[in-house]
Write a protein that binds this ligand. Sequence first.
Ligand SMILES: [Zn+2]
Ligand SMILES: [Zn+2]
Length: 189
Amino acid sequence: MIYMSNEWFTSFLGIAYRYFDVKMNIVILLSNINYSKSVWNKTVNKWLDNSIKIRFVEYQTKYWFIMSGYDNLGTITTFYKILPRSYNYDRFKLNCNNEAYIKFGTYTPKYRSESKSDDICNCTHTLQNHDYKSGACTLLPCVCTKFMTFQIMLLKKKKAITDIKFLTYDEIKTDSIVWNCFYVRNLDN
Ligand SMILES: [Zn+2]
Ligand SMILES: [Zn+2]
């Protein structure tokens, strides 16, 4: 195949990891539903199944997420972003067996007034553990000053991915997708 073009996509907000439908799910979060649908239709929806690859490169307290695929016109699109390592990421890594469903979704912040007492704050503690007046978390040594959580809405469409690899920083040259992303996009800086 002759590759016609290389597209790069970075305007997503982050990633959520969820466990349902038997497999782990990687949810790419975008700012609104219509935008999610249009990006999905232009990219993942058209990708040839065996072209889709996801790479994670861990570096100190962060990791690079790189997802790449191409359609039958030879347009390669690569999604990438540097993200902080999290409990959910570590759990995904441990349980995914190098396969997952990819989904798109939207991320909406949710404040105290819209939340239930057992909703979990970004600080990992529940609303009950936050002071009713000040809104600050009461569990020491937590420094959270304001309860805030988020709501994720998922698009129905999904695609199974079976080519997932976790690499260390020293291994980036061994993987063409990762090396291309680092080299062309100066991901290192
Ligand atoms: Zn909190
Ligand atoms: Zn807290």
